[in-house]
Design a protein around this ligand. Sequence first.
Ligand SMILES: Nc1nc2c(ncn2[C@@H]2O[C@H](COP(=O)(O)OP(=O)(O)OP(=O)(O)O)[C@@H](O)[C@H]2O)c(=O)[nH]1
Ligand SMILES: [Mg+2]
Ligand SMILES: [Zn+2]
Length: 305
Amino acid sequence: MSCRTAPVTVDMDMQPYIVKGIGGFYYVKTSAGVVECRARGVFRKRGVTPLAGDNVRLTPDGAAIAEILPRKSCFVRPPVANLDVLFVVAATAQPAPSTLILDQLLAAALYQNVQPVLVITKADLAAADFLCAAYRTSGIPLVQLDYAAGAGLDELRGYIAGHLCAFCGNSGVGKSTLLNALAPELARETGAISQKLGRGRHTTREVEIFEVCGGRIADTPGFASLDAQRLGHIPKEELETTFPDFAPYRGQCRFIGCSHRREKGCAVRAAVEAGAITQSRYQSYLAMYEIAGQYKEWEHAPQDR
Ligand SMILES: Nc1nc2c(ncn2[C@@H]2O[C@H](COP(=O)(O)OP(=O)(O)OP(=O)(O)O)[C@@H](O)[C@H]2O)c(=O)[nH]1
Ligand SMILES: [Mg+2]
Ligand SMILES: [Zn+2]
């Protein structure tokens, strides 16, 4: 999958967009600067929540959001619209990574045609080998950061330029620290890991979009655990399309509609046994397939819209 490369226009005719929403107020970036406004009641009636990243039209007095322009993507977790790139941030330790959660986030991005990039932090605390090995066959770009050596930052800047991007991941993995490394002038607040619980303290409280590195990047609040339902449902039949590592084997299984679990003559399972797809990725697929199968029809509707 390649990134779209349309340049971000920041001229007098710029399209106003929401940089942040707090307690019913929205902060909309316009060519005249950031304005604070409300959303018209009609959105609540329709069950639509304006999101950071939404392109909007304001009422003539500039006091309210009159219209939300069509979205090309929309996430509930993290709540951002119109993303081009989702940086899934994982620490080698503190907090310990869960490949299942990472795979769920990566799949949620791919399902909406958003380019996922896996970003590894804290390689100074524990070896990143385990994560690098798990994603060796994934087909998903992986960037390992090393602040002391300055490694990885230029690669991230390359993804940010001309795009709307967001950091997501557990609380404490270092999303705000990374934003500060990319743009020190932002001076984002960061928080120490709780030694007792071994996890972050939810230092970042709201999604906020910043214009840096020639693009736009959203810092988002981390989560402690991930409720898969909040990621948006991927029907089990479509799950394989969100695993780029399965793509070379599509159509090669003995049975049409093979779910790649127990069927005989499964090309995906053969690839796992041959080491061409990692066990870690395959185990995530199986777990996500089970989770997808537990959904009821009425739960399929996107939530919090
Ligand atoms: N050793 C080490 N510590 C890091 C690294 N990156 C971040 N940290 C530390 O990890 C802690 C949490 O960092 P934050 O940037 O606040 O994490 P966050 O992901 O923004 O967390 P939330 O806002 O709670 O979601 C801070 O004490 C950082 O200094 C790293 O690469 N190495
Ligand atoms: Mg933060
Ligand atoms: Zn199969």
